[in-house]
Design a protein around this ligand. Structure first.
Ligand code: IFM
Length: 409
C-alpha cells in the first residue's frame, strides 16, 4: 500500500462568506440584496456560531489542518475602524483549531470586500491596494504566534475574471481593461503583503511563516487537434495557470505553491477571435468525462500533469482546494480517491507535495450558484443547521489514518 508521508497535512477548507452566515458588511451581501442573485447567503451554515462543533468533526475525521478565511468586512467594518470583538472571535477560532490539533491555514482575501472598500472603487484602483495592506498589517501580528501558513489571495484570476470581465460577481462589470488592472493590482497586493508578513515575523523573532496564494489551475486539453486549439491551450496555460505564479515566483514571494484544482477545460475554438481563443470550450460533449453537478469535467490526470509542471518552481506544493459538488457520495469518494492517487504518484516522482485540503468541510454557499451545489464532506441541513458526516468523509479518514490506501489496498 502506497503511503503518504507521516507529516502530511490533511484537512478541508471553507471561506468566511460561504459558511459563516450574516456577513452583512461585504460587497457580496450587498449584491445579494440589491442585485437579486440566484440566492442570498443569509445565515449560510451558521459556522460563525457553530465553528467549535465543526472543528470537532474535522478532528474526528483525522484532519490535522484546516483552511479558512478571515472576513475583512467584519474586522474592519468601516475604513480604518477595527472591531476588537471580531478580532477576538477569530482568535477563539484559531485557538479552537490549535486545541484540536488542526494547523490553521489562513486566507486573507477570499473574494469578498468590505462595502466601504468597493464604494471607494475596489480593486480596479491601484491606489486602494493600500487599504488591503493596512488590514494585513493590523491583523497578521494578532495571530502571528499561532499561524504558520498564510494564503494572501484566493484564486486571483477567478476573482478578476468573474467580477470584472464576465460580470457575474460583484461589482458585475464587463471590462477587459479593468480585469487586467485588477489582476495586476492583486499581484502587487500579494507581493507587498508577502514582504510585510515576513517582516512582521522577523520583528517578532518568530520562525519564518509560509506564505502563498491559492492558484486555481485548470487542465486545458485540446478537443480537435488543430493549430487554433493548440495556440488557445498555450495561451490559457500561460495566462490563467502560470502568469500569476511565474510573476510572484520571479519576485521571490512564494514560499510554497498553493493549488486549487477541480477539473478539465476542453478547448475547442471555432475562429481566431481573441475572446474565443481565451474562453471558448467544446460545446459538443466530445471526449465525454464524468461530471460534477455543475457540469465540470472530472479529470484527475490533469492534476497529475499540472503537478509535474509546477516542479519547475522547485517549491513545496500544498493542494489548497480539490473537491466535487455532487449528490452522489460514491462519486465524491471516487473523485477524492482518484485525485489522491495522482497526488501520491507525483509525490513519488519528486513533487514536494506536503498536504491535501479538500473543498469543502461543509456544504456551503457556492457564490452565484447558491446553495444547491454540495461540495461538503459534511452535509448541512440549511433549515435546522444540523450536520451529517458523509460516508466519503469517513473513507477519507481511513486513508488519513493510514488504514486504507488510495489504490483500494
Ligand atoms: O467555492 C469555491 C471557492 O470559494 C473557491 N474555489 C472554488 C470553490 C468551488 O467553486
Amino acid at each position: 500500500m502506497n503511503k503518504f508521508p507521516d507529516n502530511f497535512l490533511w484537512g478541508a477548507a471553507t471561506s468566511a462568506h460561504q459558511v459563516e452566515g450574516n456577513n452583512t458588511l461585504n460587497d457580496w451581501w450587498q449584491a445579494e440584496v440589491n442585485l437579486a442573485l440566484k440566492e442570498a447567503s443569509g445565515a449560510a451554515c451558521d459556522h460563525y456560531t457553530l465553528y467549535a462543533q465543526d472543528f470537532a468533526i474535522a478532528q474526528e475525521l483525522g484532519h490535522n489542518c484546516h483552511r479558512f478565511s478571515l472576513e475583512w468586512s467584519r474586522i474592519e467594518p468601516q475604513a480604518g475602524v477595527f472591531d476588537l470583538a471580531e478580532i477576538e472571535h477569530y482568535r477563539q477560532v484559531i485557538r479552537e483549531l490549535k486545541n484540536r490539533g488542526l494547523e490553521p491555514v489562513v486566507t486573507l482575501h477570499h473574494f469578498t470586500n468590505p462595502v466601504w472598500f468597493s464604494q471607494f472603487g475596489g480593486w480596479s484602483k491601484f491606489k486602494l491596494r493600500k487599504y488591503f495592506l493596512r488590514f494585513v498589517k493590523r491583523i497578521v501580528p494578532e495571530f502571528a504566534h499561532e499561524v504558520k501558513y498564510w494564503i494572501t489571495i484566493n484564486e486571483p484570476l477567478v476573482y478578476s475574471s468573474h467580477a470584472f470581465l464576465l460580470g457575474r460577481w460583484p461589482p458585475q462589470q464587463k471590462s477587459l481593461l479593468k480585469t487586467v488592472k485588477v489582476t495586476l493590482n492583486l499581484a502587487g497586493a500579494h507581493i507587498q503583503a508577502y514582504r510585510m508578513i515576513h517582516r512582521i515575523y522577523r520583528e517578532k523573532k518568530l520562525n519564518p511563516p509560509q506564505v502563498s496564494i491559492a492558484a486555481n489551475l485548470q487542465a486545458f486539453e485540446i478537443c480537435q487537434p488543430n493549430w487554433r486549439n493548440k495556440l488557445a491551450v498555450y495561451l490559457r496555460n500561460k495566462l490563467y495557470n502560470f502568469y500569476f505564479l511565474d510573476l510572484l515566483n520571479s519576485k521571490k514571494t512564494l514560499d510554497f505553491i498553493g493549488i486549487n484544482y477541480y477539473g478539465r477545460n476542453l478547448v475547442d475554438v471555432e475562429n481566431w477571435r481573441l475572446s474565443n481563443l481565451l474562453a471558448q470550450t467544446c460545446g459538443h460533449n466530445h471526449h465525454p468525462l464524468p461530471k460534477n453537478s455543475l457540469g465540470w469535467d472530472i479529470y484527475p490526470q490533469g492534476l497529475y500533469k499540472l503537478l509535474l509542471t509546477v516542479k519547475k518552481y522547485n517549491l513545496p506544493v500544498l493542494i489548497t482546494e480539490n473537491g466535487i459538488c455532487t449528490e452522489d457520495d460514491d462519486l465524491r469518494w471516487d473523485y477524492i480517491r482518484q485525485h489522491l492517487a495522482v497526488i501520491l504518484k507525483a509525490y513519488t516522482e519528486g513533487v514536494k507535495i506536503f498536504g491535501y485540503i479538500y473543498w469543502a468541510l461543509l456544504d456551503n454557499f457556492e457564490w452565484a450558484e447558491g446553495f444547491s451545489p454540495r461540495f461538503g464532506l459534511v452535509h448541512v441541513d440549511y433549515g435546522s443547521k444540523k450536520r451529517l458526516i458523509k460516508s466519503s468523509a469517513w473513507k477519507l479518514a481511513e486513508v488519513i489514518k493510514g488504514k486504507q490506501g488510495v489504490d483500494g489496498s
